[in-house]
Design a binder for this molecule. Structure first.
Ligand code: ADP
Length: 889
C-alpha cells in the first residue's frame, strides 16, 4: 500500500467527514474549515464537506495531490439480525489516480491506465540485472476495460512508460525500500506516480487462465489481430506476474467495485514502430513543450476526431504507429475512400457527433454501475451505428456497382462494416423500455426525409394528482405485463380519486375541497375557504386536523384508504422499474463483447474520417509505404510549424528529402534559425504520420517502413537529475548508437555542442561514422561544425563524402542578403556545406548593442585571417577522417 496518507472520507448524514490528524491534512489540502468535536471525552479534529461536493474534492485529493482516498459508506443495520438501528460504516473502495471508474473528472480524451511492472526475477541481485533483462508489463484502463500485457526489457522500459503514459505505476512493495532499483528509478525519472503492492502468494485464477487460454481470443484480441498488432499467444512468466500484481492492487483498492476481467490482449513489439521516450517528448507528439498540455503538439494540430473514444484511439496510434505495410495500407485505403467522398464524410461525422462513449458506458454496467441516462445514451449510440451503416449502404447504392476501380475502393470500408455486429435488437429493446428518450437524430432528418414521429407513450409521466408528488416514470408501461397492469391500476385509482373529490364536493357542497397529501399531515382533505368547512364539522366521515387563517385540513377515512392504495401501486411501479433496469443492464452485459467491438470499429472510423478531413484541410497526400529502406518526400512540411506560421500570415518553405540505400545519411549545415531543426523534426513526423495511416504534409511521399525513430534534438537541461546538458546529450546519443537498426530513422541536432570545439568535432565525427558503418540507418545529422565536412571528405562537385563516406550527402540552409546589409532566412535546403554561421548577424538582429557587435566583428576578422593562413587544415582533417575510417572495424 502506498505510504501516502489515505484520508478516510466517511458520510455522516449529508456530509463526508474526516477525523483526527487526517482531518488536519484534508482541511489543508482542500482548504476547508478544520473544527473540533468531542469524542470519548476528548476534543478531536474534524472537517467535512457536503455529499454533493464529493467529486470536486475527490479530484483535488486524487488528481492534484496524488493521494489515496478511502471511501467509507454507511449501511443501515439490519433489525432482522438483532441490530438496534443506526448504521454500520465500512471502507468500500480506495480511490487512487489509476483506479478511476466513472468519476466526472476523468478526462474523456485520454486513457486512464494503471500499469504494473514486474522484472523476470527478483532473485538476482540488482547488479546482475543487464539491460536485456526481461520485464513484464500489464496495464488496464478501469474506466473502459481495455487490458493489455507486454514483455519488454529493462532498456526498453522507459520507452514503454512514455508510450503507455500511465496515471499510476504499481511496483512490488519490496522495491519501495531501495531507490537504486532500476525499475523504480525508470518510473520515477519518467515522472510516473508510483504505488506499491504485494504480489499474491497464490497466483490468481485470472493470471493462471491468461497464461494458458490466451488463445481464446476476446473481442479486443480478435480485432487486434487485424488492427493493432496484438496476437493471441501465451503470456510470458513476467507478464503473468505483472497481471497478478496488477489484479492484487485492484482487488485491494477497488474492493466492492472490482470488475470481472476478461483475458488481456498481448502486445508484441514487432508490428509497432518504437518511438523512444526522448522522441515522444522532443517531437511533441502528445504534449507541447512550451505551453504544456496538448497545445502546440502534433496531436492538437492533426486532431479532427469527434468522439472521445476516437481521440483516445488516435493518441494510441500516434504513439505506436504500425510497421505492417498491409495494416498501414488498410488504414490509408479508408482515408482515401473518405477523402474522395466529402458529402458522405460530412454526414458520417454529423452522426458520430450524436454517439456517446459506449466503451466507458459498457464498462460502467460491467462494474454494476450506470444509470437510466447511460442506458439511453447507449441506445442512441447503437442507433447511430445503424445509421452509419445505412448511410454507407445508401452511398454504395447511389454509386452503383460494376466500376472495378470504385469496387476496389469499397473493399476496405465494407470489410470494416462487415465486422460490426447487428445490435439493433438491443437498441430496440432499450428504446421500447425507456420512457424518456429523445429520439436520436437520424440522417433522414438532415436530408429532409419524412420520418414517422414516435408514438406518444400512453403513460402519464408526471401526474400531479399522485399523492406521492410528481413521479417521473423511467420505463414505459408496455415494457412488461406487470408494469402495464400496475399502470392500469394506478390510472383507475387516480380516477377514483377524482370521482371521490367531486362526490365529496357535491355531497357536502364544499367547492373548495381538494384531496391532498403532505409529508407533515399525511393524506388529508384540504378546504380552501375555511367558512365552507363548517358544513363538514359534524359529518362523521371527517376528523379536523389543523386550521390556518383561511384554510383548514381534515382527515377522511375513504381518501386515506384510497391514497394508501395509490402509494402502494406507485411504489410497486418503482420497484418493477428497478427490476426492469437490472434486466436491461444484464442484457447490455451479455452483449458487452459485441458492443465493445463495434465501439472499437467506430473509433477506427472516426480516426480515418478525421485523417481524411485533415488531408483535405491541410493539403496532405497519400504516402506510398513500402518494405524497403528508402525515404523520398517531395516538398515536405512541418505540420505544427506550418500552422503556427499560417496563423501569423506567413508561409512555410517546403523541402525535399531523399534517403536511398546508397545515400542513407545527410549532414546538414547552416546558420542558426535557418530551419535545420524544423527540417529534422518534419522528416521524423512525416514517417510517423505515414505509419499511423494518415496522409502526410508533402506533394509526394514514398517511405520504407521505419522500425524505430530516434532523436537527439533540443538540448534540455536536466539539472533535476543532476546531469548537465552535455551529459544528457551524450546519454541520448549513446542510446541511439547502441539501438538504431538498418530500418531505423535517426535525427540528431548539434551533437557535441555542449563541450569544447575539439571534443565536439571529435564526437560529431565518431557519431556520424558509427551511424554509417555500424547502424546503417537513415539519419539526418545537423551540425555547426563545418570542419566535419572536411573530415568526411566533402566533394564540392557532388556534395558527397569521399571513400567510405561516399554514402553521405551534404545539404545546407542559408540566409538571403538584401540590399542594406540586412538579410532574411530562406529556409530552403540545397546541396552543399555552409561554412558561415552568420552568428554576428543573428546577434545584431537579436539586439546586441552596436559597440559589442563591432568588437565581435574585429575579433572575427582576425580569427578568420589566422585560420586562412593555416592552409592545409582542411586537408589535414580530410586525411584524419580517411585514416579513422579505414582503421575502424
Ligand atoms: P535552426 O534549427 O536552424 O536554428 P529552426 O528549425 O529552429 O532553425 O527554425 C527557426 C524558425 O524558423 C522556426 O521557428 C520557424 O518559425 C522558421 N522556419 C523553420 N523552417 C521553416 C520553413 N521551412 N519555412 C518557413 N519558416 C521556417
Amino acid at each position: 500500500m502506498n505510504s501516502e496518507i489515505e484520508p478516510p472520507t466517511t458520510p455522516v448524514g449529508q456530509f463526508y467527514e474526516s477525523y483526527f490528524d487526517q482531518a488536519a491534512e484534508v482541511s489543508r489540502l482542500l482548504n476547508i474549515k478544520l473544527t473540533k468535536k468531542t469524542w470519548s471525552g476528548q476534543r478531536i479534529h474534524m472537517c467535512g464537506f457536503p455529499l454533493m461536493h464529493l467529486n470536486k474534492y475527490l479530484k483535488m485529493l486524487v488528481q492534484e495531490h496524488s493521494r489515496f482516498v478511502a471511501m467509507c459508506e454507511e449501511f443501515p443495520r439490519n433489525p432482522a439480525l438483532g441490530a438496534k438501528g443506526g448504521f454500520d460504516r465500512r471502507v468500500v473502495r480506495i480511490v487512487t489516480p489509476g483506479t478511476l471508474i466513472d468519476e466526472p473528472f476523468l478526462n474523456p480524451y485520454e486513457n486512464n491506465y494503471l500499469l504494473s511492472v514486474v522484472p523476470a526475477s527478483t532473485e538476482l541481485s540488482l547488479r546482475e540485472w543487464p539491460p536485456s533483462f526481461s520485464v513484464g508489463l500489464a496495464w488496464i484502463d478501469v474506466s473502459t476495460g481495455e487490458f493489455y500485457t507486454k514483455s519488454t526489457t529493462l532498456a526498453g522500459l522507459r520507452d514503454e512508460l512514455v508510450r503507455v503514459s500511465p496515471k499510476e505505476v504499481i511496483l512490488d512493495a519490496r522495491f519501495s525500500e531501495d531507490d537504486s532499483n532500476p525499475v523504480r528509478r525508470a518510473a520515477s525519472e519518467e515522472g510516473c506516480f508510483v504505488s506499491y503492492s504485494t504480489p499474491p502468494e497464490t497466483p490468481s485464477a485470472l493470471a493462471d487462465s491468461t497464461a494458458t487460454t490466451q488463445a481464446s481470443p476476446d473481442d479486443v484480441t480478435a480485432d487486434a489481430e487485424l488492427l493493432d498488432g496484438l496476437l493471441p499467444v501465451p503470456l510470458a512468466g513476467e507478464e503473468t506476474a505483472a497481471v497478478e500484481l496488477l489484479t492484487a492492487f485492484m482487488h485491494a483498492n477497488l474492493m466492492d467495485h472490482m470488475p470481472s476481467l476478461s483475458s488481456p490482449a498481448r502486445e508484441v513489439t514487432c508490428g509497432r514502430m518504437q518511438i523512444d521516450t526522448h522522441t515522444v517528448k522532443a517531437l511533441e507528439l502528445r504534449e507541447g513543450m512550451r505551453e504544456g498540455g496538448t497545445t502546440g503538439s502534433l496531436l492538437s494540430v492533426i486532431k479532427r476526431t469527434v468522439t472521445s473514444s476516437g481521440t483516445r484511439l488516435l493518441t494510441r496510434w500516434l504513439c505506436s504507429p504500425s510497421t505492417s505495410v498491409s495494416e498501414i495500407n488498410a488504414r490509408q485505403s479508408l482515408v482515401a475512400f473518405f477523402y474522395t467522398r466529402p458529402f458522405l464524410r460530412q454526414d458520417l461525422v454529423q452522426v458520430l457527433r450524436e454517439s456517446d462513449d459506449a466503451t466507458r458506458i459498457v464498462q460502467k454496467f460491467l462494474l454494476g454501475r450506470g444509470s437510466f441516462s447511460d442506458l439511453s445514451a447507449l441506445c442512441t449510440t447503437v442507433e447511430t451505428w445503424s445509421s452509419i451503416k445505412e448511410r454507407i449502404l445508401t452511398e454504395r447504392k447511389m454509386e452503383g456497382e460494376g466500376d472495378s476501380l470504385a469496387d476496389a475502393q469499397w473493399t476496405s470500408v465494407e470489410a470494416l462494416m462487415d465486422r460490426m455486429s447487428d445490435l439493433s435488437d438491443l437498441a430496440a429493446r432499450i428504446s421500447m423500455a425507456l420512457a424518456q428518450r429523445e429520439d436520436a437524430i437520424r440522417i433522414g432528418d438532415e436530408m429532409g426525409e419524412e420520418l414517422p414521429s414516435s408514438e406518444p407513450s400512453p403513460a402519464q409521466l408526471r401526474d400531479p394528482r399522485n399523492p406521492l408528488g410528481l413521479v417521473e416514470w423511467t420505463i414505459k408501461p408496455e415494457y412488461s405485463q406487470q408494469l402495464m397492469r400496475l399502470h392500469d391500476t394506478l390510472q383507475t385509482l387516480l380516477s377514483d380519486r377524482d370521482k371521490l373529490e367531486q362526490r365529496l364536493q357535491a355531497e357536502y357542497n364544499v367547492p373548495s375541497l381538494t384531496l391532498r397529501a403532505s409529508p407533515g399531515q399525511g393524506m388529508h382533505v384540504h378546504i380552501g375557504r375555511k367558512r365552507e368547512a363548517a358544513k363538514l364539522r359534524d359529518a362523521k366521515d371527517f376528523v379536523p386536523l389543523s386550521e390556518s387563517g383561511s384554510t383548514c385540513t381534515l382527515f377522511n377515512r375513504e381518501w386515506s384508504r384510497l391514497a394508501g392504495q395509490i402509494s402502494e401501486t406507485t411504489l410497486a411501479i418503482s420497484t418493477a422499474e428497478k427490476e426492469a433496469f437490472e434486466q436491461l443492464r444484464a442484457e447490455v452485459v451479455a452483449r458487452s463483447s459485441d458492443l465493445r467491438r463495434n465501439a472499437r470499429i467506430i473509433d477506427e472510423l472516426d480516426v480515418t474520417l478525421s485523417f481524411a478531413d485533415l488531408a483535405v484541410e491541410m493539403r496532405f497526400v497519400r504516402p506510398t509505404v513500402t518494405d524497403g529502406t528508402s525515404y523520398h518526400v517531395v516538398n515536405g512540411r512541418h505540420p505544427t510549424v506550418e500552422l503556427g506560421l499560417l496563423t501569423s500570415g506567413r508561409g512555410f518553405t517546403p523541402n525535399t528529402v531523399t534517403f536511398t540505400p546508397d545515400s542513407p545519411l545527410h549532414v546538414i549545415t547552416g546558420p542558426n534559425m535557418a530551419g535545420k531543426s524544423t527540417l529534422l523534426r518534419q522528416t521524423a513526423l512525416i514517417a510517423i504520420l505515414a505509419q499511423t495511416g494518415s496522409f502526410v504534409p508533402a506533394d509526394h511521399a514514398e517511405i520504407g517502413v521505419v522500425d524505430r525513430v530516434f532523436s537527439r534534438v533540443g538540448a534540455k537541461d536536466d539539472l533535476f537529475r543532476d546531469r548537465s546538458t552535455f551529459m544528457v546529450e551524450m546519454l541520448e546519443a549513446g542510446d541511439i548508437l547502441r539501438r538504431a537498426t538498418p530500418r531505423s530513422l535517426v535525427i540528431m541536432d548539434e551533437v557535441g555542442r555542449g563541450t569544447t570545439v575539439e571534443d565536439g568535432l571529435a564526437i560529431a565525427f565518431a557519431t556520424v561514422h558509427h551511424l554509417l558503418s555500424v547502424n546503417g540507418c537513415r539519419a539526418m545529422f545537423a551540425t555547426h561544425f563545418h570542419e566535419l565536412a572536411d573530415m568526411l571528405g566533402h566533394d564540392p562537385a557532388t556534395h558527397r563524402g569521399e571513400g567510405p563516406f561516399s554514402p553521405i550527402a551534404f545539404f545546407c540552409t542559408d540566409v538571403d542578403e538584401i540590399e542594406n546589409g540586412d538579410f532574411t532566412y530562406s529556409h530552403r535546403l540545397s546541396p552543399g556545406v555552409n561554412r558561415d554561421s552568420h552568428g554576428l548577424k543573428v546577434a545584431q538582429l537579436a539586439g546586441m548593442p552596436g559597440p559589442a557587435v563591432s568588437v565581435a566583428r574585429s575579433a572575427l576578422a582576425w580569427l578568420k585571417e589566422r585560420s586562412a593562413q593555416r592552409v592545409g587544415r582542411g586537408v589535414e582533417l580530410h586525411a584524419l577522417g580517411q585514416s579513422l575510417a579505414f582503421d575502424s572495424p
